[in-house]
Design a protein around this ligand. Sequence first.
Ligand code: NAP
Length: 309
Amino acid sequence: MTCILQLGPLSERFNRTLAAEHEVLPIWQADAEALLAEHAQRIEVVVTSARFGCSAALIERLPRLRAICSFGVGYDSIDVAAARACGIPVSNTPDVLNDCVADLAFGLLIDCARQMSRADRFVRDGNWGRAQLPLGHRVSGKRLGILGLGRIGAAIARRSSGFEMQVRYHNRRPLAGCDYVYEASLHELARWSDFLIVACPGGENTRNLVDRPVMDALGSQGVLINVSRGSVIDEPALVSALQDGRLGGAGLDVYVHEPQVPPALLEMPNVVLLPHIGSATEETRLAMEELLFDNLRSFLERGEMLTAV
Ligand code: NAP
């Protein structure tokens, strides 16, 4: 039995299966310091998630650590450099969540343009027949900019064809053989776009990439959608762009200090707020769990991660 340090709870099903196969130390159920003082020398694998992360300090405290298996695709909360320096592989769960995150991004886009959440509140509040809901905006045929045309970004782009949208994208470098127009400048992409969807990774390299000039370029009719990480958008600048009417609207699944949402956003009718549910479907969460287990088993049996970051 492998001694596994689990940094946070996943589904009941996952926790049960992991505990049936291994000796699991659930750190959130214990006094973390006492648990590490007693067991740090024996821990061979850390199981974590994009939400719970894994710090360099923790990696340094585990002399027998051999692998880190993470649930989720983003690994900005895991100190991968520190793990690599110790020769410790890190796995994540890419691809299996592309469709659900892309579906959600498109749902946010349509909701922002057609005011579905706002209209739902309008009906529930008894305003139908008594007040007038302002007109929304058309989605079909519009210009869609994608920041981060990777696995999820490409799935978002594919969905746009059903809406006959034009697509352009910005990555650090153009994709070979890609039919969509590449914009070397994010600012120019925002200027061109009606909708800008953020689908690049979080972390230091992308912190505040979507800043005030980018939001101003997107403009008073433009809509910003974020399904990547809160850190990619300058959140105070987003709040003031929306307050000033320099940005038309926003659809957000992720925030800088989750689960906190900037209070000003709660009052805005042109903003749709979701609680980080990009991958949160029964089907996708099961596939993510299975991929984590596949990585763990593959590593323990053959020393190989299937989807190493
Ligand atoms: P991916 O396949 O690695 O794609 C990331 C894309 O971003 C690549 O096209 C990359 O292109 C681009 N990129 C990276 N750094 C950039 C930079 N500094 N400037 C411009 N573009 C940059 O990743 P993925 O699997 O699609 O996932 C993307 C992110 O989605 C994850 O990292 C995670 O944070 C987020 N996510 C969120 C949820 C949710 O629940 N909301 C769920 C899953 C994932 P270049 O390398 O050429 O720049």
